[in-house]
Ligand binder design. Structure first.
Ligand code: F6P
Length: 549
């Protein structure tokens, strides 16, 4: 266990930061015509351009030394080998086995997990195909037209993000819906759009104990049984994805209609498992396997590439550089692609549930440095008209990732050129900024008086030097998306290693869940012990709740 601040590389990075923090990236480009190529990496059609970051060769060397000293190589090997690196839960971390397209065996406790992985993939293929070709029918023998995934957190965000991103691959006449929130509005709005006879519910829950998912699933079942008039209908309209067979049976789903996964798959890393059943049903199993293949390419790259040429490692290192040395507390992810409109939400769970930790691996409270940043974002160009002002001229330093595909799935004349121009130009503007002299000259040319020019110059000046990384792909295919997601997953892992935290547990979500469970009866009359504010809020709710809650 390595406290990163005690490494030689961390100390060197501190000193180096003093030296380079004023460097202007725009000038680094003028001094080095090869900078773009030297600070870019490629992986098949993916271009990872990190040249607009505030880094020199020395920065990258020191950051990779930090990775070496923190044992990144060793941790990568331990993860892929099936060691129980999720120590606080005593589990291996093997989402990579789910997309292992090679013939390498992967063992957990001495047993190869690959036969089970392949068995469930075949089960998914059979089922998804039968729904898509109409051989799987509902209780009244009608083909399925709507698939409703009921799940939350990792059992929702991955499936919804990928399904939305891959809309061009949807089968015509088959629609996907997602219900996650316990707010009755979410389920009601979906049920309003579907017909019981032609709707399939996939109940996705690793534990099959999650309150929101089970309550939503029970309400959906009641809706179905009331409308089709018999409990027998459940068999043709409900399937489950879980690690918990007993709970699935107790809910009333035949285990033959359960798609299994395993405790070595973390919830937020589970879209590659049977949790992806909804994705596979909507886009087809061949496309789902392309998604896995893209992730596998990244896994192989991550496992074997030298740290200096390893894209997830460089992504992680850049994040640490800004977060721990420049004090950047957040990181913006800006896909210039409408189909990635849930990408930031997905990444928020992947990153913040993984690295939002303040206990180190040896149990000490971390006080010398900070861990996981706030991750946020929205698709461009919309984001430009919302929060880009702050990115360009605000007082916070916020490193950005721009993500864009060269080709659109929906080419309308001129749209893609404008979209891509905006993406590239925003990154350029963030880096170059506009000096006071440039702003002054522009204002003078517009014919304003000297006083007006002087007053406006500070408001029209852009400091620039705002770091960004651009990830470009040829087209957002299932394979390209698989690559993209896997890059971020491994970035998160590397950062957790550097920060000396356990990235694969999530104890911090438990307390609120426990308190909410205990509070439900109090909202209908029973009494509990609380602070004044909590009592006041409960009392207000009781007075105003009405009779149908
Ligand atoms: O909110 C915490 C969490 O445990 C997530 O990590 C997980 O993805 C989500 O709940 C849903 O859990 P499950 O798949 O067991 O229903």
């Amino acid at each position: 266990m390595v406290d990163p601040t005690r490494t030689a590389a961390w100390r060197a990075l501190r000193a180096h930061h003093e030296e380079v923090s004023d460097l202007q990236v725009r000038e680094l480009f003028s001094d080095d015509p090869d900078r773009a190529a030297r600070f870019s990496l490629t992986l098949n059609d993916l271009l990872f351009d990190y040249s607009k970051n505030r880094v020199t060769e020395q920065t990258i060397s020191l950051l990779t030394e930090l990775c070496e000293e923190c044992g990144v190589r060793d941790w990568i090997a331990r993860m892929f080998s099936g060691e129980a690196i999720n120590e606080t839960e005593g589990r291996a971390v093997l989402h990579t086995a789910l997309r292992n397209r090679g013939d390498r065996s992967v063992t957990v406790d001495g047993a190869d997990v690959m036969p089970d992985v392949r068995r469930v993939l075949l089960q998914m293929r059979d089922f998804a195909t039968s729904v898509r070709d109409g051989t799987w029918t509902g209780h009244t023998a009608r083909a399925i037209t709507d698939v409703v995934n009921i799940g939350i957190g990792g059992s929702d965000l991955g499936p919804v993000m990928v399904t939305e991103a891959l809309r061009p691959y949807w089968k015509q006449g088959l629609r996907a819906h997602f219900v996650s929130n316990i707010d009755g509005t979410h389920l009601s709005e979906v049920l309003r759009q579907v017909q019981p006879e032609t709707t399939l519910f996939i109940i996705a829950s690793k534990t099959f104990t999650t309150q929101e998912t089970l309550v939503n699933a029970r309400s959906a079942r009641r809706w179905l049984v009331e409308r089709l008039g018999t409990e027998d209908a459940v068999a043709k309209h409900f399937v489950a994805v879980s690690t918990n067979r007993e709970a699935v049976v107790e809910f009333g789903i035949d285990p033959a209609q359960m798609f299994e996964f395993w405790d070595w798959v973390g919830g937020r890393y589970s879209l590659w498992s049977a949790v992806g059943l909804c994705i596979a049903t909507i886009i087809g199993m061949d496309h789902f396997e392309e998604l896995l293949a893209g992730a596998y390419e990244v896994d192989e790259h991550f496992r074997t590439a030298p740290l200096r040429e390893n894209i997830p490692v460089i992504m992680a290192a850049l994040g640490v550089w800004y977060h721990n040395f420049f004090g950047a507390s957040s990181h913006a992810v800006l896909p210039y692609d409408q189909s990635l409109h849930r990408f930031a939400a997905y990444l928020q769970q992947a990153d913040m549930e993984s690295n939002g930790k303040s206990a180190s691996r040896d149990g000490a409270i971390i006080s010398e440095y900070t861990t996981g940043p706030v991750v946020w974002g929205e698709p461009g160009t919309n984001a430009q008209h919302a929060f880009f002002q702050l990115l360009h001229q605000g007082t916070h330093l916020i490193p950005c990732d721009f993500i864009v595909a060269a080709q659109s799935h929906n080419p309308i004349p001129s749209h893609q050129d404008i979209l891509v121009a905006n993406c590239i130009a925003q990154a350029e503007a963030m880096m170059c900024g506009k000096t006071a002299d440039e702003a002054r000259r522009e204002l003078e040319l517009s014919g304003l008086s000297t006083d007006q020019v002087t007053a406006l110059v500070p408001h029209k000046t852009f400091a620039g030097n705002r770091p960004s990384t651009t990830l470009m792909v040829e087209k957002l295919t299932p394979r390209a998306l698989g690559r993209l997601v896997a890059l971020y997953e491994h970035k998160i892992f590397v950062q957790g290693v550097i920060w000396n935290i356990y990235s694969f547990d999530q104890w911090g979500v438990e307390l609120g869940k426990q308190l909410a469970k205990a509070m439900v009866p109090e909202l209908s009359g029973s009494e509990g012990e609380h602070d004044g504010s909590t009592r006041q809020l409960i009392a207000y709710y009781r007075r105003h709740k009405g009779s149908r809650t």
